[in-house]
Design a protein around this ligand. Structure first.
Ligand code: FES
Length: 109
């Protein structure tokens, strides 16, 4: 189990990008907080293989109902990373097995 950050570092209904070791490699990831639930993904759009937040730390559409790639606007479900609209519709972000342990967000391979 790897500690990623403190839960309190991510405001409710916000996302935080960071670099963490995943599968033995340093990867850009991001974590979304919904109350006491967290979702984590590799920060890599399946369309053009770029960071989702081409505009740093912009991970959502305007009403924060979906993850949105800031390059071409693809929309992804927050809970499973499936692209539901955009040039990579039907593809998915790579989801991470993260959870809350005490006051920390942790990752397990
Ligand atoms: S690079 Fe993400 S939608 Fe094109």
């Amino acid at each position: 189990m790897v500690e990623l950050c403190k839960l309190e570092e991510i405001p409710d209904n916000e996302a935080k990008g960071l670099v963490a070791e995943v599968d033995g490699k340093q990867r850009n990831i991001f974590i979304i907080r919904k109350g006491n639930i967290v979702f984590g993904y590799i920060n890599w759009c399946p369309h053009n293989q770029v960071l989702i937040d081409q505009i740093p730390n912009k991970f959502f559409n305007s009403d924060k109902t979906f993850i949105q790639c800031s390059k071409h606007g693809a929309l992804f479900n927050i809970d499973d990373g499936l692209c539901i609209m955009g040039p990579c519709q039907g593809e998915s972000l790579k989801q991470l097995n993260i959870s809350i342990n005490g006051d920390m967000v942790v990752h397990e391979d």
